[in-house]
Design a protein around this ligand. Structure first.
Ligand code: COA
Length: 325
């Protein structure tokens, strides 16, 4: 089996910034509540008419540039998103056309906030078994399009953005170990009930606000802490490693209190945990890949470093991955 690594990363965050002060004017909340309960200060919001593919293509172009690769050489595009341009066709197909990646096989995956780790795991299989030479994995979300701006329980948490990674065979290091999981019995605690075949769009689904995401935050909080802790421990065990071998842990950016609770349980000091939640909020599938991209561009992940990615999201789904950079 070939060794597979990430050879280039990129991100795109929309220009418009929505601060906690803006939210104070929209719902009954305060900067103090949002900051202390979530760690979020601001988030990026897509412009009117800007869809997931528009964000994704800009992140992809940066990743391709950093990987020194041409779009026409891409063989696979996997897009992780829960806010694709339309229910079908795939956002990956739309991005293929915009990039001019004519050769690439394309599909989307629905694994919510765990989407990027699910995506690189899929891409890794295709490259390591020799089916494709390379792959572009994108996490892109316009969560503002499914956010209920009247619901203070959820609207303070989310943001829009995109990140991308190019994967290819590497001579050494690369993806060392990946672990994925799912518990479908908890679909009810985080979902968007309207718009699918269960509740197709009608006036009633719109009136009942069913095209917005619904979340039982408190319940999710506890599950997220335990699940992310277990995922990190499992992937380390699989790799026969300990936290002493990890230079930086990049967790899913849902809530800084969740992240710090996981770090505490795992005995990891704060300085080895990467955060971009304060500036971006929770961008679902885009959170992990933008955080990874920023950590690399800021020099916090250097060649030879070992990084642990730890994700959790609607499904419920989770995953963890260890990469030698
Ligand atoms: N501003 C002010 N008050 C708010 C508020 C807001 N934006 N949102 C909720 N509140 C209120 C609630 O109404 C509640 O009031 P009550 O006690 O009078 O009923 C109170 O704050 C506490 O609510 P609670 O839900 O217990 O707060 P919490 O400490 O659990 O924090 C979340 C709420 C959503 C921030 C937190 O539960 C969370 O982050 N959960 C996980 C979310 C997540 O991971 N989602 C994505 C998974 S990928």
């Amino acid at each position: 089996m070939k060794k597979v690594g990430i050879i280039g990363v990129g991100e795109y965050l929309p220009d418009r910034i929505l601060t906690n002060a803006h939210l104070e004017k929209m719902v009954d909340t305060s900067d103090e509540w949002i900051t202390t309960r979530t760690g979020i200060k601001e988030r990026h919001i897509a412009a009117a008419g800007q869809a997931a593919s528009d964000l994704g293509v800009l992140a992809a172009q940066q990743a391709l540039h950093n990987a020194k690769m041409k779009a026409e050489d891409l063989e696979l595009i996997v897009v992780a998103t829960i806010t694709g341009d339309m229910p079908f066709p795939s956002t990956a197909a739309i991005i293929q056309d915009k990039l001019g990646a004519k050769k690439a096989v394309c599909f989307d995956i629905s694994a919510a906030c765990a989407g990027f780790v699910y995506g690189i795991s899929i891409a890794q299989q295709f490259i390591s078994n020799g089916t494709y030479k390379n792959a572009l994995v994108i996490g892109t979300e316009v969560l503002s399009s499914v956010t209920d701006w009247k619901d203070r329980n959820t609207c303070v948490l989310f943001g829009d953005g995109a990140g991308a990674a190019v994967l290819a065979e590497v001579p050494k290091g690369g993806i060392i170990s990946t672990y994925l999981g799912c518990d479908g019995s908890k679909v009810g605690i985080l979902n968007m009930p309207g718009g699918g075949s269960r509740n197709p769009a009608t006036h009633a689904t719109v009136d009942n606000r069913m095209h917005f995401l619904k979340m039982e935050g408190n319940e999710l909080f506890k599950i997220a802490v335990n699940t992310m802790t277990r995922a990190a421990e499992t992937v380390l065990k699989q790799a026969n490693m300990t936290f002493a071998d990890i230079d930086l842990i990049i967790p899913h950016q849902a809530n800084s209190r969740i992240i710090m609770a996981v770090a505490k349980k795992l005995g990891i000091p704060e300085e080895r945990v990467y955060l971009n939640i304060e500036r971006c909020g929770n961008m679902s599938s885009a959170s992990m890949v933008t955080a990874l991209c920023e950590a690399v561009l800021e020099g916090k992940v250097k060649r030879g470093d070992t990084v642990l990615l730890d994700v959790f999201g609607a499904g419920l789904v989770w995953g963890a991955c260890i990469i030698e950079w």
